[in-house]
Design a protein around this ligand. Sequence first.
Ligand SMILES: Nc1ncnc2c1ncn2[C@@H]1O[C@H](COP(=O)(O)OP(=O)(O)OP(=O)(O)O)[C@@H](O)[C@H]1O
Ligand SMILES: [Mg+2]
Length: 409
Amino acid sequence: MNKICGLDIGTSKIVAIVGAVGEAGELRVEGIGESESIGIRKGVVINVDKTVDSIERALKDAELMSGVQIERVYTSIAGGHIKGINQRGVVACGTGREISEKDVERVIEQAKAISIPADREVIHIIPREFVVDGQDGIRDPVGMTGIRLEAEVHIVTGAVTSAQNIIRSVNKAGLHVEDIVLEPLASALAVLTEDEKEMGCVLVDIGGGTTDIAIFIDGNLWHTDVVLVGGENITKDITVGLHAPIASAEKVKIKSGAALLDLVEPDEMVEVPTVGSRSAEMVPRRNLVSIINARLDELFVILGNEIKKTGLGPLISGGVVLTGGVSSTPGIDRLAEQVLQMPARIGKPSGLKGIADMVDSPRYSTAVGLLHYAKETGHLGSGVKLLDGAMFRDVTRRMRDWFREFIRS
Ligand SMILES: Nc1ncnc2c1ncn2[C@@H]1O[C@H](COP(=O)(O)OP(=O)(O)OP(=O)(O)O)[C@@H](O)[C@H]1O
Ligand SMILES: [Mg+2]
């Protein structure tokens, strides 16, 4: 049985999950290791050595639990440097012959023939739809007869330096990077249902440093975005609002936080250790929840504006799926519904075998999604090594894999 490892390098934590694909195609979770992430800010490596330490700690625990030695990983990428753009390619296919896989490759190649600055690298090229002789909405044009083939693709690019620093950190921890996957895309693979993707939905991964967005329309990825606000901002707001040190602000947020004031009884009090005094202070829970509510409300307003800008709002009938650590805040789904005016639910990994209960939280969506990605793109045991200097693996192959995956769904 092939073992695979997903390594999610987040702003608050680094998680390594070891999995295997069973004979019936099921994904089994066999080990997990987690460490506090120290060298990462807003999804980007700012200190390689500290990141290496964190990776090694997470790895050791995942290896101990699963009993395997990890050599290769699928790792995540995120941050403000990520940009998603939509492009169109057009090719002629001759007359009266069937469109082949080669034609599809050609049209995608043409769509990505835009000038990408030297300091940016392509991370994903995902076909959204094909158009054959003016007929749109085609998933798989191979085998159709046509003269003119067009492709709409979503291209995700990232800063070369940010990607290199991830690869360098993983390599220094003694591992090869099998592939790099955009975080919200990995999370989407772990938590979204096929129906949601078909109906049109927004995946919102609210982590420690960033909120990552992926919009799916007609089953395919149409738009990606990053907002540089996450749980850390809520914690900082609490330190200011309640005069509490960071560590106790974080604790009180997780223990007593909520997104909506109607979840608080009028006389409820919470204990908050304060700066410069040993004794904890009792404050109304209402004050704590108001701070959290204000920040999350603002975040959802920003998200609403981003969705509006894409013009895709009317096509999103599957609603919003919230995931990432912050989505565990009680009442957050209701707040999202109020602000965004669409149905919202909390998404966490599901349908797994093995020690599935250990990853049963929205915090693990990205890491579990990396296992799904590995399984679905079929890179298992492909022997590809990605060493320092060799930035990304063959993009054409990555693109082909995505194409296969998306026409299958
Ligand atoms: N039960 C909870 N209630 C509220 N907030 C929570 C809870 N559990 C975790 N969080 C918050 O979630 C954030 C971490 O989320 P997550 O683990 O998804 O981040 P990450 O993947 O490390 O970061 P990023 O994806 O931004 O790089 C922290 O700010 C933490 O305080
Ligand atoms: Mg994350």
